[in-house]
Design a protein around this ligand. Structure first.
Ligand code: CMC
Length: 431
């Protein structure tokens, strides 16, 4: 924990309270209000945590005004162009880029855990055949705690490590199985001779009836999408994982909670919603109609893939994805993809519109990712599961950091109560 270097003074009804202020290595100072209630008898009020730091962390840093995203200090664009997903996983989990030997060892450990318990196959069969893969993912990841009892004791360092490796290794397998199940195709077992991204593509797109070769262009694009979604500090799903874990719940249950939170359209579900919106707009001449709707206070419609709680400038992940979209579509020979044309025009119109300029609304990670995923052959229902499998390492890294933190205690927010004060029960015949 940082040392307090300054204090903030709070004045309530003539009484003065000195509150410690911590200075981070980057970002705004943080006022420590942990003793506020004990000293002053008041709570702070911050629905949506717009001004509240819920923990200290050394994993990811975002400067929303600059549009900067760093993992352990390394800029996301450098990681996306020079690293690969499993190396980024190592960086997030252990704090430093690995040596060649450490990376090889880590990759071997992940690769050796890609299969799921055979009995899990029967579990899948309990879902309706047209279930959304996210619904299946939430259930099956939660059910991992019923299969892997030897890695659910969170107080044991070794068990925590095994659970982390299992989750990162098995999420692609489970996501691919959820997809295969939803389209009525047989499950494809993982192949340990393939890299992480190629293995996922193979499990999604190969069928026993014919040979399938993973296109290296698609594999590189997939890997980049995994990197760009790997972690994003204390977002809603990560905070959900931390809160669930603060009670001592097992890691599989906590990650299932994170997946459930990610599903919502304001969070990871925005990639599916964004592509559906682009399809609905269909042609560039309809863009003004949708821009007008997004600006209309009486219309609940929002431009999906636009805006962010933290970024008030370009989302650096969107910049990389826009380049990737151009690259992938050109390499696949579908550069005249009408959705990409609509997306690019929509972005331009919004970025020049006073409403979006004033509110600092820029394209976020979900704006271009769907176009790439669709070009790769994924249906929209797989977009959020792909986000979930990529983000698992972020959730796990944050979870491990939290459990190792001596200040870790159960999360228990307070409230501003506006209900009835105490009153006597009234018998039913007198109501
Ligand atoms: N289209 C139109 N108006 C918007 C949009 C949008 N996409 N986003 C925000 N606004 C307006 C909003 O109506 C509000 O206006 P006013 O101040 O007049 O009431 C103002 O901008 C601030 O919005 P907010 O909802 O208070 O901001 P927030 O920080 O609570 O919400 C957000 C952030 C991402 C939920 C929101 O921008 C949004 O709903 N975007 C669309 C969904 C989306 O793309 N989500 C993915 C986020 S990035 C990946 C991830 O986190 O998973």
């Amino acid at each position: 924990m940082a040392e307090s270097t300054k204090t903030a003074t709070l004045n309530i009804d003539g009484s003065t309270y000195e509150l410690p202020v911590f200075s981070p290595t980057a970002g705004p100072d943080v006022i420590d209000i942990r003793k506020l209630y004990a000293q002053a008898g008041v709570f702070t009020y911050d629905p949506g945590f717009t001004s509240t730091a819920s923990c200290d962390s050394t994993i990811t840093y975002i400067d929303g005004d600059k549009g900067e995203l760093l993992h352990r200090g390394y800029p996301i664009d450098q990681l996306a162009s020079q690293s690969h997903y499993l190396e980024v996983c190592y960086l997030l989990l252990y704090g430093e880029l690995p040596s060649a030997a450490k990376l090889e060892d880590f990759e071997t450990r992940i690769t050796r855990h890609t299969m799921v318990h055979e009995q899990m196959h029967y579990f899948f069969r309990g879902f309706r055949r047209d279930a959304h893969p996210m619904a299946t993912l939430v259930g099956v990841v939660g059910a991992m705690s019923a299969f892997y009892h030897d890695s659910t004791d969170v107080s044991d360092d070794w068990q925590r490590e095994v659970a982390a490796i299992r989750l990162i290794a098995k999420l692609p397998t489970i996501a691919a199985m959820a997809y295969k199940y939803s389209i009525g195709q047989p499950f494809v077992y993982p192949r340990n001779d393939l890299d992480y991204a190629s293995n996922f593509l193979n499990m999604c797109f190969s069928v026993p009836a014919e040979e399938y070769h993973v296109n290296p262009i698609l594999s590189r694009a997939m890997d980049r999408i995994f990197i760009l979604h790997a972690d994003h500090e204390q977002n809603a799903s990560t905070s959900t994982v931390r809160l669930a874990s603060s009670s001592g719940a097992n890691p599989f249950a906590c990650i299932a909670a994170g997946i459930a939170c990610l599903w919502g359209p304001a969070h990871g579900g925005a990639n599916q919603a964004c592509l559906e919106m682009l399809r609905e707009i269909g042609t560039v001449d309809r863009i003004p109609e949708y821009i007008a709707r997004a600006k209309d206070k009486n219309d609940p419609f929002r431009l999906m893939g636009f805006g962010h709680r933290v970024y008030k400038n370009t989302d650096p992940r969107a910049t990389v994805l826009k380049e990737s979209a151009d690259e992938v579509l050109e390499l696949l020979g579908v550069e005249d993809n009408p959705l990409l044309q609509v997306a690019k025009e929509l972005e331009q119109v919004a970025l020049n519109d006073p409403y979006f300029i004033e509110k600092k609304l820029f394209p976020n990670v979900d704006f271009y990712s769907g176009i790439i995923l669709e070009a790769m052959g994924f249906p929209t229902s797989m977009f959020t599961p792909i986000f979930a499998l990529s983000r698992t390492v972020g959730w796990i890294s944050q979870w491990k950091e939290m459990i190792a933190d001596p200040q870790n205690k159960i999360g228990r927010p307070r409230q501003l109560y506006l209900g009835e004060t105490a009153r006597n029960y009234v018998d039913i015949e007198k109501r």
